[in-house]
Design a protein around this ligand. Structure first.
Ligand code: NAD
Ligand code: UDP
Length: 331
């Protein structure tokens, strides 16, 4: 299948491009490098040994995106492009609504116009807000606590309405838990430009002595050691989930899947595992809770397992080793 990958130079998109290429798909990648670097495109080609078309453009620019649809025989799209920093979304909500919503509207309009109504969308566990109990199944109530999360929930609603209006659409909404780690080659991984918000990129920068110490946001949650618990999933397992999701673009339905491992690990679990498997120190201090954080969040991944055949195979050790390997290979 010839798949348009939006945001394909980004963290999850780049790993998914490799997975798609290695499994015989053709891809067309678009990205405006607002949160990624052009060299990632060359690295995807190098790792996979395959060539593909790349277009540097802003998805909100409908004319530019339409040129891609005219040139390429797109059959489906995987839509990663969007802004994703929670804190920034609180400070700049209009920027988030503008980019995340408009890019999706433009994409859907063109997918419909060029009669390729097949879409996989990157949603997030953030749409479950503060869940009453765990693990989280796909039918849990939805709510959000910040503009970033609201863009995800609004896009889910837009896609639902779109499917009601035209049931010939095939749509898969993937709700990611916490992707971490890097490709085994060490050539691509997560490399935020600024001070990271997320735990793993922060740990990596502390281990690399680019930042003095990690602040752990609270040790008084009702969890096994008091620190926050999340469902960390290796980015390559997540990428594989997209490959499997393509098989569901065939029954004119809209599907929702959690992509997680089903395991909850605490902040201290992650820090201690990272230290052990990489034999490196990660100094930390306990800080106040981060506003908006919940105590614990992990998936019930059984729907994705049953309907997609999705099983996250890589362990927390693998995730921590690969994240550090990416730094070592790129020093
Ligand atoms: P990322 O920032 O690394 O990748 C997103 C890519 O989209 C970047 O390369 C960026 O340059 C590009 N982009 C953004 N706006 C664009 C636009 N208007 N036109 C063209 N390109 C544009 O993010 P990621 O971690 O790879 O996340 C991919 C998707 O998954 C995002 O939609 C994100 O919200 C979602 N998601 C991520 C996580 C996570 O923890 N990383 C968790 C849940 C959901
Ligand atoms: N966290 C932390 N210090 C940091 C970043 C994150 O203690 O510098 C904690 C955070 O409170 C949460 C967990 O690590 O319990 C995962 O946070 P992240 O931002 O990576 O993901 P999310 O909050 O989106 O689940």
């Amino acid at each position: 299948m010839k798949i348009l990958v939006t945001g394909g130079a980004g963290y999850i998109g780049s790993h998914t491009c490799i997975e798609l290429l290695e499994n015989g798909h053709d891809i067309v990648v678009v990205d405006n490098f607002s949160n990624s670097k052009p060299e990632v495109i060359d690295k995807i080609k190098e790792i996979s040994g395959k060539d593909f078309s790349f277009y540097e453009l802003d998805l909100c620019d409908k004319d530019a995106l339409e040129e891609v649809f005219k040139k390429e025989q797109i059959e489906a799209a995987i839509h990663f492009a969007g802004y994703k920093a929670v804190g920034e979304s609180v400070k700049k909500p209009l920027m988030y609504y503008q980019n995340n919503l408009l890019s999706t509207l433009v994409l859907c309009e063109l997918l419909a116009k060029y009669d390729c109504k097949k879409l996989v969308f990157s949603s997030s566990a953030t749409v479950y807000g503060s869940p009453d109990h765990l693990p989280i199944t796909e039918d849990f109530p939805l709510s959000t606590t910040n503009p970033y999360g609201t863009t995800k929930l609004m896009i889910e609603q837009i896609l639902k309405d779109l499917h009601i209006s035209d049931p010939t659409w095939d749509i898969v909404i993937l709700r990611y838990f916490n992707p971490i780690g890097a490709h085994e080659s060490g050539f691509i991984g997560e490399s935020p430009n600024n001070i990271p918000n997320n735990l793993m990129p922060y740990i990596v920068k502390v281990a690399n002595k680019e930042l003095p110490e990690l602040g752990i946001f609270g040790d008084d949650y009702e969890t096994k050691d008091g620190t926050g618990v999340r469902d960390y999933i290796h980015v390559c397992d997540l990428a594989h989930g997209h490959l499997l999701a393509l098989n569901k673009l065939n029954d004119h339905a809209i599907h929702y899947y959690n992509l997680g491992t089903g395991n909850g690990y605490s902040v201290l679990d992650l820090v201690e595992t990272f230290k052990r498997v990489n034999n490196i120190d990660v100094p930390y201090t306990i800080k106040d809770r981060r506003p908006g954080d919940i105590a614990a969040c992990y998936a019930d991944p059984s729907k994705a397992q049953k309907e997609l055949g999705f099983v996250a195979e890589r362990t927390l050790d693998d995730m921590c080793k690969s994240a550090w390997n990416f730094i070592l290979k790129n020093k």
